[in-house]
Design a protein around this ligand. Sequence first.
Ligand code: COA
Length: 267
Amino acid sequence: MAETFRDGLFEGKTAFFTGGTSGIALRIAQRFAMLGARVALNGRKPDKLEQALDGIRSMGGDPLGFACDVREYGAIAEALKRTHEAWGPIDFLFCAAAGNFPAPVLGMSANGFKAVVDIDLLGTFNTCRSAHEYLRKPGASIVNISANHGHQPYPMQAHVCAAKAGVDLLTQTLAMEWGPHGIRVNGIAPGPIGETEGMRRLAPTEEAQKAVIRHIPLGRMGATDDIADMAVFLCSDAASFVTGAILRCDGGQALTGPRALSAMTSS
Ligand code: COA
């Protein structure tokens, strides 16, 4: 898709992204900006945030940015409040902030386990919980970014598996509680997506990347654009009767089982 605002699908809509300064969430934010949405990005690191905002500005957008940690309820709540003050009700909320490092259970401290669970799961709770009063009702769509880790175990990823399983059940619980408010809540579970910080950590060598691809029926790593396509669907009217769904976007990787990912962490 050309990097221009040539289609007005999300004209006049507001989208807020946690973990929006790189990888999957940044690509979705760029796509939503291309489709006419006003986008607000959250990330922990001010320099990365500024770079991401500049990228969207260079496409003609006028984004908002908030450097804060999703583990701090008050900070993320303030970011959402300020977005609402600037642009009114939030139409689309993406919870994508995530942490990861490959380590066996005996190689991670309680604090290492907690760091990932807090960023992924507590961060998603904090963001959704504090966003509720600022979301468009009816009409808002929340998309929580999970992973194949949410529905199957992977060695070296106990912290992420525990966190993402929690995220998926939180997503589905919110779908039940907030459906009557006119808010749809869905998840996307990406498989291995190239050019992301997660994959740089999990499959740092060419050999490890090849091992990953051998376990993907479609024979390639995913692209951030694959996830952006699914995000556009979930936020469009085409998904107006879809809530509580956790949609896999993984080239079929989950079908090949937990060993697929252990190939990458052991290569
Ligand atoms: N192996 C084992 N433990 C590790 C580790 C590693 N590679 N990296 C971090 N930890 C542990 C730290 O030792 C610390 O535990 P300790 O206090 O018992 O020593 C704990 O994790 C918290 O680390 P800290 O440095 O305080 O950082 P943090 O709270 O900011 O979070 C990460 C650490 C690794 C979770 C976070 O920086 C991160 O995920 N960064 C990468 C982002 C990323 O990959 N995103 C894509 C996700 S798919």
